[in-house]
Design a protein around this ligand. Sequence first.
Ligand code: V47
Ligand code: SF4
Length: 369
Amino acid sequence: MSFFRQSELQDLIKLVEKGERLDFEAGVRLLESKDLLALGYMANLVRERKNGNKAYFIVNRHINHTNVCVNLCRFCAYGVPGEDSRAFTLTLAEIEEKVRQAAAENISEVHIVGGLNPELNYDYYLQMLQSIKRILPHVCLQAFTAVEIDYFTRMTGYPLKRILTDLRAAGLDSLPGGGAEIFSTRVRNTICPQKISGGRWLEIHETAHGLGMRTNATILYGHVETTGERTAHMLQLRELQDKTRGFLAFIPLPFSPGNTQMEGCNGAGNTTGFEDLKMLAVSRILLDNFEHIKAFWIMLGLGLAQVSLHFGVDDLDGTVIEERIIHATGVRTGQAMPKKTLVNLIQKAGREAVERDTLYRALKSYPGA
Ligand code: V47
Ligand code: SF4
């Protein structure tokens, strides 16, 4: 603490040391501060209180089944209209083949996210889950963002609870955190006017939690949002988490503008490493009721993801194998990450690598030298 005697954040450091919750004004101050080491100190305190020296990763396989999407969000380079020459939709047989190939890697999770494709019917989704579970009965299926779940309700006319119950009976275990972006209506009207509201996103996760399903949450930052809107987004998540305790992890996603309608727009360039570390650290400090903060290495790059293990992060996500949504923006972080590379990165950062499943149950520990 004496090291931070001169810090403009000294009062907030004291609160975090005492384990007290920070409010909206404090959140904005943290996000606007340039005192990265003070933020790292606070975030690391919270991180080590919750997760000790452990740093998690998962052996998983991402599947993006279609890029056809009626929403065409302005920040997304992945979604295209059905008639676009880049449009693709995987058949159930193609999805099964990908799952069979991944079985050799001993995956514990299949993570599935896609566009809102009017050519697909509800049965396609139910059969997809059932056939993956037939091939790999023990994997966890983390699939379909709240945006897709809402689309299924509109596609079928069924109520939300019925959709979630059907999908769960077909094999769905958990919802990923995508589609949250920034909850503010002002921001959504600018970056994704066709997308469900922030309120609906929260309602879908609350309903899933009520049915006993655990889910993740994200924030998409570094475009047109203000620090107040980022803070309000995190505090809305914290409030829901107080109520349900259903969230597993929070994943800050830096906006990657390449090939999107927002490329070159004022104020929407690539985020910098400094800003990314700050965002991870501040989310760790503010979200005192989330057990895990995840750095998705695909977006941050391996170097920064590794450093973030000392700035609040306790999870690097996974082996992934194939990812299309972020890669559509031209990021060059690679696709598949061997397990031994993740273990090595974690150990070289002085942390204990723990291979986990979707629910953060430890499968194997790699304590290092
Ligand atoms: O919902 C789309 C985001 C999300 C861009 O739950 C973009 O464990 C940056 O949610 N720049 C999908 N981000 C990915 C996602 C995710 C990833 C890893 C783990 C988990 C988890 C969830 O990607 C979308 C959207 O928010 N996204 N376009 C872009 N240009
Ligand atoms: Fe469609 Fe999702 Fe991309 Fe929006 S972010 S265009 S909903 S795939």
